[in-house]
Design a protein around this ligand. Structure first.
Ligand SMILES: Nc1ncnc2c1ncn2[C@@H]1O[C@H](COP(=O)(O)OP(=O)(O)OP(=O)(O)O)[C@@H](O)[C@H]1O
Ligand SMILES: [Mg+2]
Length: 282
């Protein structure tokens, strides 16, 4: 699955898995185990083995915490499990794995992605892997032929959201926020404000995160005055975002300064810490 940020890749997979889980509970679909591996949230790509192994043996992380097992041991166990022709999930069920932020799981030998794409091809493994990346050409650009040969044939590219789609997303959010409140609760945001924000964002990126952020800020802006946010408020929010000292500072940066900042942000995202040593961001 590919697509630029905020096009609903993760949200869509989550919604589908939720629905399938519901169906499985009502005996309308086969039961399955689900595990999520996010490249940005694990210390190193090989840590993915531990997470998959936990899912395969039915280890309940929420109750018992993570298993005390090295990535190397986990890999060994997985290899043994799958080469013996065993099913992925406990009780012979299927196991569905979401590999999110796939770019971060690429290693120089590409062994982690190879294994995760190879095991599902083994007869009877019942392992289903969904891989999500920001760029459509990740396989062609970075994967070796060996890894590419294991990719499934189904590829989905998520398009940026259009104005009506963004409007619908914001409206649904507003609706769910109103659930359980008295019916005469006034709206925090007027439809014209939502439409304007959706139009603006769809003309730039189609990023749902962005439109939700703009609307949230517009609501926060009018909150002290206890009134409904309208188009003018959205305009003000967008203007203040564009004129913020941070935005102005970024506009003034040279190409190399931008490059440095991008490297730094990537490190921070990856390591999950606020402080990065100069040498590590190179
Ligand atoms: N179809 C949708 N309905 C409701 N909310 C949505 C929808 N699509 C996206 N969103 C919301 O927009 C935000 C961004 O969506 P999501 O995290 O799925 O993007 P993504 O494509 O995975 O982006 P990234 O590449 O940055 O991971 C989330 O808060 C999500 O809940
Ligand atoms: Mg995502």
């Amino acid at each position: 699955i590919s697509g630029v940020p905020g096009t609903g890749k993760t949200a869509t997979v989550h919604a589908v898995v939720r629905e399938l889980k519901r169906m499985a509970e009502q005996n309308e679909a086969n039961p399955f185990t689900y595990v999520e591996i996010n490249g940005l949230r694990i210390p190193e790509p090989a840590a993915a083995y531990g997470l998959l192994w936990e899912a395969v043996c039915g280890h309940d992380v929420s109750r018992e915490g993570h298993m005390k097992i090295s990535s190397h041991q986990a890999l060994k166990s997985l290899q043994k499990h799958f080469s013996a022709g065993e099913r992925a999930g406990p009780g012979g069920h299927a196991c569905v794995v979401l590999m999110d932020e796939l770019d971060q799981l690429m290693t120089s030998k590409q062994d982690v992605v190879y294994n995760f794409f190879n095991w599902p091809t083994l007869v009877g493994s019942k392992l289903v892997v969904l891989a999500v990346a920001n760029t459509m050409d990740l396989p062609e650009r970075v994967m070796t032929g060996r890894v590419r040969s294991r990719l499934g044939m189904t590829r989905i590219n998520f398009q940026p959201y259009t104005t009506p789609q963004l409007e619908k997303i914001v409206r649904a959010r507003l609706q769910s926020a109103k659930e359980g409140l008295p019916t005469d609760t006034p709206d925090v945001m007027a439809p014209d404000g939502v439409r304007f924000a959706a139009m603006k964002v769809s003309s730039i990126s189609g990023d749902a995160r962005r439109v939700l952020d703009i609307c949230r800020r517009a609501v926060e802006l009018v909150q002290p005055r206890s009134r409904t946010a309208r188009t003018d408020d959205v305009k003000e929010v967008i203007k203040s975002m564009q004129n913020s000292p941070t935005a102005a500072y970024l506009r003034e940066l040279s190409f190399h300064e931008r490059l440095m900042l991008a490297a730094l942000l990537r490190c921070i995202k990856r390591e999950g810490v606020e402080e990065i040593k100069w040498g590590e961001s190179g």
